[in-house]
Ligand binder design. Structure first.
Ligand SMILES: Cc1cc2nc3c(=O)[nH]c(=O)nc-3n(C[C@H](O)[C@H](O)[C@H](O)COP(=O)(O)O)c2cc1C
Length: 449
């Protein structure tokens, strides 16, 4: 609404949407958006399964959808399409500016249904990090005409010649869709990269057009690219980034596509620096994650903001915590999973499974394992014991951070993990004297200053 690009996080958005429905759809926003979805019979099935008009607990036991496999049920495809449609629809309401969606390449199974749902809502830009998304632009181009698409999957232990794929056919999931909605608009595609080599590889191997790049530094919130070369750790165990990780912006510029800089660019000085280096602009996450409009659990958000104001909160680049194997930024806050006691007490459980890795079993079929699942299960599936050390279930703990902590049948409530970039410690600059919070507009006004 302020005239810039707002980006919806599409990662796990079906989980978020059904959790909102199970919490009674406060404000009616989800159901309002769903009314615009072209297939109301599918919407009815989602509502019948998940909507609870009057929840009787603030921390309910949430129903989980089935986990993703190579042959997802029609219900799971419908749900994923509708969830991505819904969130993009809501982000586009009330203004005419473009809206983007952000997906992670590491999470491959829901990608095609997510893209399609976002495109049905008219998403303008797709941003994708955590991997090498060469297949995505071609898929978006085919989805414009509702064509069947497939995604070649990363499978541990697979041979070069193996070709494991998941298929998605919009006309099978929503019969008559092409006639009913007509051709869709192809969104622009901006991969997130942290090296020139990766940007060049994408340009060479992508199945369709790349429209620009987001260049992300390792100071950014969420997952970070691992350091290049031999990984060194500092005295607190954080990965050390060095000269090899610095991106030559002149080389990026010479690729001839627009680019945006991310990772601690939340100031007018850094914005100017980016523009002077030839960037089209900046991408900011941390500053918005802690503003009043952010969907983060209010109590957690207030605690973090107060902690920052008191100078007590720090951010750590944790090399182990994420089952993806990528470093992940963790806000150090008592009572959350950054607290060793909370981490030790959590009985391991994998009941969402978004970050499970695919591996080739002896009989050639695909198995699924996650380094954060119960250790014995992981090892029984051929996983290495050492890979389970320090791993945390990001599926459950990020759902808790978003305000939807699962209450297990035995009463245990999933604790949150909180992420932010190194720029978290600077958020007091957005807060007016005497105030305890700030708005997204405060951030915009500051950046434009
Ligand atoms: C709470 C939070 C969640 C994020 N989640 C994702 C994500 O799911 N996918 C992604 O590509 N980037 C994610 N990011 C990174 C942002 O897209 C953005 O590039 C980054 O935050 C910019 O750097 P900054 O945090 O210093 O502003 C996340 C960042 C934050 C703060």
């Amino acid at each position: 609404m302020e005239g810039h690009l707002g980006v919806v996080s599409g990662t796990g958005v079906a989980m978020i949407m059904i959790s909102r429905l199970m919490n009674g759809d406060i404000g009616g926003h989800v159901r309002r958006a769903m009314q615009h979805f072209p297939f109301q019979d599918a919407v009815r099935r989602v509502l019948d399964t998940y909507y609870v008009a009057r929840p009787n607990s603030a921390k309910p036991h949430y129903k989980r959808p089935s986990m993703w496999t190579l042959k997802p049920s029609r219900a799971l495809n419908e749900l994923t399409v509708i969830a991505n449609f819904t969130e993009v629809f809501l982000a586009k309401e009330g203004h005419k500016n473009p809206v983007g969606i952000n997906l992670l390449e590491k999470i491959q199974l829901p990608t095609m249904a997510s893209l399609y749902g976002a495109m049905l809502a008219g998403v303008n830009i797709v941003i994708m990090g955590a991997g090498i998304p060469v297949q995505v632009p071609g898929i978006c181009e085919k989805l414009v005409d509702h064509q069947e698409v497939s995604y070649r999957l990363d499978v541990q232990g697979a041979d070069r010649n193996d070709d494991y794929r998941i298929h998605f056919n919009p006309k099978e999931v929503f019969p008559g869709v092409a006639e009913k909605v007509g051709p869709l608009t192809r969104p622009r595609f901006l991969p997130i990269v942290s090296s020139v080599v990766l940007a060049k590889a994408l340009l060479k191997r992508a199945t369709g057009r790349i429209d620009g790049f987001i260049i992300e530094a390792p100071t950014a919130g969420g997952h970070n690219a691992p350091p290049r070369g031999k990984v060194q750790r500092n005295e607190t165990g954080e990965p050390v980034y060095g000269d090899k990780d610095r991106i030559d912006l002149n080389e990026i510029k010479s690729l001839g596509l627009p680019f945006w800089l991310a990772g601690g660019y939340d100031s007018p000085e850094k914005l100017k620096e980016a523009l002077d280096a030839g960037a089209a602009g900046i991408q900011v996450g941390t500053a918005f994650a802690y503003c009043s409009e952010s969907g983060m659990d209010e109590t957690l958000k207030e605690k973090v903001v107060q902690g920052v104001l008191d100078g007590k909160v720090t951010v750590r680049t944790d090399p182990l915590v994420s089952p993806t194997g990528f470093p992940f930024k963790v806000v150090q806050l008592e009572g959350t999973l950054s607290d060793p006691a909370v981490y030790q007490q959590r009985p391991r459980l994998c009941d969402i499974g978004m970050l499970r890795q695919l591996y080739k079993q002896e009989n050639g079929t695909i198995g699924f394992r996650c380094a954060a699942e119960p250790e014995d299960d992981y090892i029984a599936k051929g996983g290495k014991a050492e890979d389970t050390i320090g791993k945390n279930c990001l599926c459950n703990s990020l759902s808790a951070c978003a305000g939807f902590p699962q209450k297990r049948k035995d009463g245990y409530v999933e604790p949150p993990v909180i992420t932010a970039g190194n720029a978290l410690v600077d958020i007091p600059k957005f807060i007016k004297p005497g105030a305890k919070s700030y708005s997204a507009k405060d951030v915009h006004d500051y950046l434009r200053g």
